[in-house]
Design a protein around this ligand. Structure first.
Ligand code: SF4
Length: 734
């Protein structure tokens, strides 16, 4: 007789008859899982699987990766360039020569009429790094606009800004392996199980082998908070107050690492003076964490042999995002927890190649973490690209979130959007809609023709996606990993790399630059430019990257020529004394006075609105909204609301409600849960015409990243549930 588990039928995997498996890196989140894509005898893509020997995911994938192969047959793909006919106001198919010629002419016309910066470029975190590099070369070296940014301003700008302010350069100093060494992990606004499931699995595995305290700071009882030893349900937008209070305790009780501070940092006196204003009793009244817990957590963190801080959008998407990152860095620095196994300050990035754009796109500077503000950097790149260094601006132009208001006020007349969908992703949808309608010339370059933003375009350029192309991504732990081409892009669509090269040729009549013709050629240019830099990739090549299942930078030519195999490259940064990127080699401890400038709940709008992501979906659902298995698990917009709040409003589980803010309204289904406080709700950010109709998105002064997570709303019951259901379905888009 069979008992328990043995009585059940074993799970049977359908044999999809894959005959060939091609290596790639997952094209969704920044974890950077190694994935293989199966094709059958007819060359049809039939499956995805994790790669067992890859250090990042060790054979595993999350739900998005498992079904990622379905992308190649998803609906809504663009397969021809489309040009709007202004007389009949509809699109007509055109060929690439005409499309790129019209685009180059319009860019020239706008720049000649209104100035170089009147044409703006906003790209993404989802291109391959070689494509970012080529777009940067085209934008900085040929088009010459300074209003060039990535949509990474919506997710990672605060991390970049905070790293630069603390360490003198961007570049996360730690790695996933640090989970295996740490004695305490503090997670700030990071819900790993839903946002970065495979990193979460690495963390859980480390905790199962070797228990260490997990402290989660999040206003919401997220999945990660449910696994925490200590959960601090901080008042939205007050992380900096909590950080200051923790430092107050550490410094006042003499728990800091004095030798490390002395050898590696400047600014301790100013920091000490500032945190005196944040004794735990005072801080508790602002951040909502009781004073004993503040003291307890500060002591646990400071007394741990090694401790690490990680964070995601809960810190970044705030009016104090950059300060929040600096605060985490401060905590690591005063306790001597940078550059050692288990002791680090690690931003968990969002998109698959948010790091690649930071390193090589030239969005906020020049390639390889070079600065426009630095004369030598301008000279080096000018010589390498054959561009007069004086052609480069001497300081960074507008961020994405400032480009849109500049369109509103008429400073910017033309915009090129590459693989980004601001109609769904930007705060205050109505304002974004009016801004896009104001443009003289909008180009949308995207794999999908049916993204919401396309309807405002004058020109649409169809691009290949993910493994329809070849090149590298960099993940959150600085691991460069490769995507090999599996199949062709549909119809007449082209890789982004080829589109940039076609455009470069349109401008080549007047400019003396050469562009590599292949991604491998672009990678060689990046390698040459990386030599001796923090982001040194000169020892890598595409084949070695695949062989090693990804290599963390820095990995130098010297290491490669000595035959030192990765990971002798860069598991960690700043491992030696005083090797930070400021001229004196020392990191800055920066005092962080707290200014309370968020929109807050009041009598008229009594609920905090928090936004975030779901495990099944990626960003604006451009891809995952099309895939049966991911969309099926999470098909409609909903709102988490506390059962007590729901009861007081007369709202039942599963009813549709109308949320209203000072900007607009949205219909969502109510899901009753204790995960949110009585005065707070949570709505996922993936759906069109939904939560971003409500958000305010005040900007961080350093990073220009919007505060998506601190808006105020009210909630109305809807009498006609059938009509509400219909409206909610319309928001599904697909
Ligand atoms: Fe892809 Fe991220 Fe899931 Fe890994 S965790 S399979 S990188 S979406």
């Amino acid at each position: 007789m069979l008992f328990g588990r043995n009585r059940k039928n074993p799970i049977k995997m359908v044999d999809k008859k894959a005959e060939k498996w091609t290596y790639a890196t997952c094209g969704y989140c920044s974890v950077g899982c190694s994935i293989e894509i199966g094709t059958n005898a007819d060359g049809k893509v039939v499956g995805s699987r994790g790669v067992g020997g890859a250090d990042v995911n060790r054979g595993k994938l999350c739900v998005k990766g498992i079904f990622e192969y379905e992308l190649f047959n998803s609906s809504g793909r663009g397969d021809k360039p489309l040009l709007r006919d202004s007389i009949v106001d509809s699109y007509k198919e055109t060929d690439w020569d005409n499309a790129t010629s019209v685009m180059a002419n319009e860019i020239n016309r706008i720049q000649e009429t209104y100035g170089r910066d009147a044409f703006a470029v906003v790209s993404t975190g989802q291109l391959l790094t070689e494509e970012f590099y080529t777009l940067g070369k085209l934008t900085r070296g040929v088009i010459g606009t300074n209003n060039y940014d990535g949509n990474t301003t919506l997710c990672m700008a605060s991390a970049v800004s905070g790293y630069k302010r603390s360490f003198g350069s961007d570049g996360p100093p730690g790695c996933y392996e640090d989970f295996e060494h740490t004695d305490c992990l503090m997670a700030w606004g990071s819900n790993l199980p839903e946002q970065h499931p495979i990193i979460y699995w690495r963390l859980q595995e480390a905790r199962e082998k070797r228990s260490f305290p997990l402290i989660v700071i999040d206003p919401r009882v997220t999945m990660l908070a449910q696994k925490a030893d200590i959960h601090l349900a901080v008042t939205p937008g007050t992380d900096v107050v909590l950080q200051n209070a923790l430092m107050h305790v550490i410094l006042n009780e003499g728990l800091e690492d004095k030798a490390y501070i002395e050898a590696n940092t400047v600014g301790i006196d100013e920091l000490k003076a500032e945190v005196q204003n944040y004794d735990p009793t005072t801080a508790a009244a602002i951040c909502g964490i009781d004073e004993d817990t503040i003291r307890n957590v500060a002591r646990i963190f400071a007394k741990a042999k090694t401790a690490m801080g990680i964070w995601t959008m809960g810190i970044n998407q705030s009016t104090h995002g950059s300060d929040g990152v600096v605060g985490i860095n401060n905590l690591s620095l005063i306790t001597g927890n940078i550059g050692k196994p288990g002791g680090t300050s690690l931003s968990i990035t969002g998109q698959c190649n948010a790091m690649g754009t930071r390193e090589w796109s030239s969005c906020s500077g020049l390639p390889g973490y070079r600065y426009l503000e630095n004369e030598q950097d301008r000279k080096d790149i000018g010589e390498f690209w054959n561009v007069d260094p004086d052609f480069f601006p001497t300081k960074r132009g507008l961020a994405q979130t400032d480009i849109f208001p500049a369109i509103e006020t008429g400073q910017i007349k033309g915009l090129w959007l590459v693989a980004t969908n601001p109609m769904t992703s930007m705060p205050n949808t109505e304002r974004t809609r009016k801004i896009l309608e104001k443009l003289d010339f909008l180009v949308v370059q995207d794999s999908y023709v049916d993204v919401e933003t396309t309807q405002y375009a004058h020109l649409y350029l169809p691009a290949g996606t993910w493994a329809e192309k070849e090149g590298v991504f960099t993940n959150t732990e600085r691991r460069v990993n490769i995507v090999r081409k599996v199949t062709d892009a549909p119809g007449d669509s082209k890789s982004d790399f080829d589109i940039f090269n076609l455009l470069a040729k349109q401008f080549a009549k007047t400019k003396e630059m050469t562009f590599p013709e292949t991604p491998a050629g672009a990678f060689e240019e990046m390698k040459a430019l990386s030599k001796g830099r923090l982001v040194d990739i000169s020892g890598m090549d595409h084949d070695l990257i695949e062989k090693q299942r990804g290599i963390q930078w820095p990995y130098t030519q010297e290491q490669a020529s000595k035959g030192e195999l990765p990971p002798s490259g860069g598991k960690r940064l700043y491992t030696e004394t005083a090797t930070f990127r400021y001229a004196d080699g020392k990191a800055k401890l920066i005092a962080l006075p707290f200014i309370d400038n968020n929109e807050r709940p009041d009598e008229k709008f009594p609920f905090w609105l928090n936004t975030g992501r779901l495990v099944e979906h990626f960003h604006t659902r451009t891809k995952t909204g099309k895939l049966g298995n991911t969309n099926k698990y999470s098909p409609i917009p909903f709102m988490e609301i506390n059962p007590d709040a729901a009861q007081s409003l007369g709202i039942e589980q599963g009813e549709y409600v109308r949320c209203v803010s000072r900007r607009g309204d949205a219909i969502v289904m109510a899901m009753l849960t204790q995960r949110v406080a009585r005065n707070a709700v949570f709505i996922p950010f993936h759906f069109f015409d939904c939560v971003n109709r409500l958000t305010l998105g005040l900007l961080d002064p350093h990073s220009r990243q919007p505060a998506y997570k601190q808006s105020a709303i009210t909630i109305e019951i809807l009498k006609d549930q059938q009509a509400a259901a219909q409206m909610s379905m319309e928001m599904r888009r697909f």
